[in-house]
Design a protein around this ligand. Structure first.
Ligand SMILES: [Zn+2]
Ligand SMILES: [Zn+2]
Length: 242
């Protein structure tokens, strides 16, 4: 019996005794769903991207500005990345899923979250990235958490886009205080010199992957060093845009 068939048969038997449940609400999943899925209701209930947002950094416009308007931060200092792709605002069930994945070790969430992230990227009319680069964790933080959530997501996206993931290209060379609770200015200085690129990147088109983008300080710092190392372009993919 081919391995694939054996596996699906095994999954079928397993489902009889242990029906797969939604990773978010815990409800029994309809037939055909995997144990690592969100149920259709939870998927439909995920927060949707703001209709009017900055075309570069994806921040929701506070006023009813046209969608083509750049936000104040991007106008004041154009970021080194071309644009941010976000699944949706960092709120509601999306925020809950990210927090469970990132802080509570609920690793099976990487699959449905990775699928959402891959689906949020434009499928046509854009050159595919040559390489996917996750935002790195410092080794102390990695030891504490046991995994880098950005790398797990990057691998899921890479598999779906058939684009290689390069986990060691970007290194965090300096441990930084947590960005949580810091204002935008402090976040920026907190990250200065925290990242280094380990290989030349002449002309490469990169996709930088992280879980959440808040002020954009991390993405700016990472994209900056990647561009300095010769990257032709950097786009950013995140689950939640705060
Ligand atoms: Zn559900
Ligand atoms: Zn912007």
């Amino acid at each position: 019996m081919p391995f694939q068939l054996l596996r699906s048969e095994f999954q079928r038997c397993l489902n009889l005794f242990l029906p797969p449940a939604c990773l978010l609400c815990g409800k029994k999943l309809p037939p055909g769903f995997l144990a690592t899925d969100f149920c259709p209701e939870c998927r439909a209930g995920l927060p949707q991207p703001a209709p009017a947002r900055c075309p570069i950094c994806a921040v929701a416009h506070r006023t009813l500005a046209p969608a083509s308007h750049h936000c104040e931060a991007c106008l004041r200092q154009p970021p080194p990345f071309a644009r941010v792709h976000a699944v949706g605002p960092y709120a509601g069930t999306l925020q809950e899923a990210v927090q469970r994945f990132k802080y509570h070790g609920q690793l099976p969430l990487e699959r449905p979250l990775g699928i959402l992230l891959a689906e949020s990227l434009p499928s046509r009319g854009k050159p595919c990235p040559d390489l996917i680069v996750p935002v790195p964790l410092h080794r102390d933080r990695l030891r504490e958490r046991g995994y880098n959530q950005a790398l797990q997501l990057a691998r899921q996206v890479g598999r779906r886009l058939s684009v290689p993931v390069e986990p060691n290209l970007l290194r965090r060379i300096r441990a930084t205080a947590s960005q949580q609770g810091l204002d935008a200015v402090t976040r920026k200085s907190n990250l200065r010199g925290a990242f280094a690129v380990t290989a030349p990147l002449s002309g490469r088109h990169l996709l930088l992957v992280d879980d959440v983008l808040t002020t954009g300080a991390t993405a700016r710092e990472c994209a900056g060093v990647l561009r300095q190392a010769g990257a032709a372009s950097v786009e950013v993919a995140v689950l939640g845009r705060a």
